[in-house]
Structures are given as C-alpha cells and as structure tokens.
Design a protein around this ligand. Sequence first.
Ligand SMILES: [Zn+2]
Length: 62
Amino acid sequence: MPVLELCCPDCGHEFRSLVMEGAKVPTVWVCSVCGSRRAHPQRTVEVTDHPWSGGQSCRCCG
Ligand SMILES: [Zn+2]
C-alpha cells in the first residue's frame, strides 16, 4: 500500500501518512508537531509489509 512521506517546512518534522486505495489524497496536511498547514508530501513509498508489526526476521538468530 502507498504511504506518503510528508515534511513540515516550519519545524522540519517528517511523518508518514497512509493513503487508502481509492481515497482522495488531502491537499492540506497539518503538522502534528507545530500545527503548520504547510506540510507537504515528499514522496510516495510503497510499503508491502507493516513496518510497525515487527520484523519477520530476527537479528539474534537470523
Ligand atoms: Zn511542523
């Protein structure tokens, strides 16, 4: 699924936002840190797995 990488020019905060398939991409992004509405997408990355669900391979025994 596509994930938008966003950057806030006011405070430099970078964050990601999931883009639902078929859903409209918002034109205004609000920075969760400083509240600026000038945050904008840097690029779109394709995430095939959930990075927050934990890795499937373990470093200690993989
Ligand atoms: Zn900000």
